[in-house]
Design a protein around this ligand. Structure first.
Ligand SMILES: NC(=O)c1ccc[n+]([C@@H]2O[C@H](COP(=O)([O-])OP(=O)(O)OC[C@H]3O[C@@H](n4cnc5c(N)ncnc54)[C@H](OP(=O)(O)O)[C@@H]3O)[C@@H](O)[C@H]2O)c1
Length: 319
């Protein structure tokens, strides 16, 4: 027991101080739930850097296993100490991660809960970092944006964040059906922006999709070029170009992976590694925030809000 008698004259004060000292000494425990057989070392390292004292890593986790893991987290420490325990959900399959998050929150029992964060495949922190990069140069509420390959988990989240910030967003895909399905799946409820599907089946369609846009985010699969240099040059309304693919060939020809607000041909450019810096900061800040309270649920929107708070509200560098 962490009992410190500070004053023999006033035991009540002594008890209170003893309690807070005891609270301060509680170790921060992060329960890492990963749907992949081998839990992500990347997520584990970030967790430690973000201040977790102990990491309990579980791989290959299925929905059926969630209740016992959550019960272990919520029934071991008293209600006032639950903020010292938190859950991180990772894994390469974002859809499974979303289902795990739902299962975790469904297992909480009233106030017997701990904070939880979803960042399966880095999708939430990556999309948030991309939109934050754009926000440094553009007033998103007045921006026309195109998210290339917006059908993937990162792209869909970027589209949603942009729309919620008030942007007019075209969600591009090689397939009209996939674009339409992704638009229907995106819940833009709390925002004033709009999302429309934009098939980019050939160069002509790509030109039409980019016509009038100020922002392009390339969220295509690793090692796939989506936008050639001539098509980029033809998109004269563009002010900011962001590419999330770090594996050559890059998603947007002419950008470099390390670009970080790099000016190229009148465009402000960010490459995947340039965006990655912000992504890492957001990831660490989000994990650290889990231990401040016991009822946080950090998905894409909440993680983006955290990033916004740390960057401030002003448009830093107009494009
Ligand atoms: N920096 C980081 O920490 C970090 C973290 C996560 C992801 N990323 C990067 O972010 C990007 C998006 O990630 P993601 O997981 O959302 O990607 P993804 O699911 O692998 O692919 C996204 C979309 O790319 C399109 N695509 C796939 N193969 C293609 C091909 N051969 N040719 C043209 N288009 C193709 C598909 O769109 P359509 O079929 O609809 O056209 C697909 O929905 C990736 O480059 C990834 O490496 C970076």
């Amino acid at each position: 027991m962490n009992w410190i008698r500070l004053s023999g004259d006033d035991e009540r004060v002594g008890v209170e101080i003893s309690f807070s000292m005891s609270e301060a000494r509680k170790h921060r425990i992060l329960v890492q739930i990963d749907s992949d057989p081998q839990p992500s070392v990347f997520d584990a390292v970030v967790a430690v850097d973000a201040g977790a004292d102990h990491l309990l890593s579980y791989g290959g986790i299925t929905l059926e296993q969630v209740p016992s893991l959550v019960h272990g987290a919520i029934f071991t420490r008293g209600p006032k100490s639950l903020r010292h325990t938190a859950i991180f959900i990772g894994g390469s399959d974002v859809a499974v991660g979303e289902a795990l998050l739902e299962a975790v929150t469904a297992t909480f029992i009233g106030p017997m809960r701990v904070s939880v964060m979803l960042d399966a495949n880095g999708a939430n922190t990556t999309a948030a970092a991309a939109v934050l990069a754009a926000r440094r140069h553009l007033d998103l509420s007045r921006t026309r944006a195109v998210v290339l390959a917006g059908t993937g988990p990162v792209g869909q989240r970027a589209v949603r964040l942009l729309a919620r910030a008030g942007a007019t967003v075209a969600l591009a895909s090689r397939s009209r059906n996939r674009a339409e399905a992704a638009v229907s799946a995106i819940d833009c409820a709390r925002g004033s922006g709009t999302v429309t599907p934009c098939p980019t089946v050939d160069d002509e369609a790509m030109r039409a999709c980019l016509d009038g846009a100020e922002l392009v985010i390339a969220a295509g699969a690793a090692g796939v070029q989506l936008l050639s240099r001539p098509l980029l040059a033809a998109a004269t309304s563009l002010k900011v170009a962001i590419d999330l693919n770090a594996v050559p060939p890059l998603g947007i020809e002419g950008l470099e992976a390390f670009d970080h607000a790099q000016r190229r041909e009148g465009l402000v450019c960010y490459g995947a590694i340039g965006v990655g810096e912000t992504k890492m900061q957001i990831h660490r800040a989000a994990v650290a925030s889990l231990f401040e309270r016991n009822e946080l649920v950090l998905d894409a929107d909440e993680i983006y809000e955290l990033g916004k708070q740390s960057e401030g509200s002003a448009v830093a560098d107009p494009a």
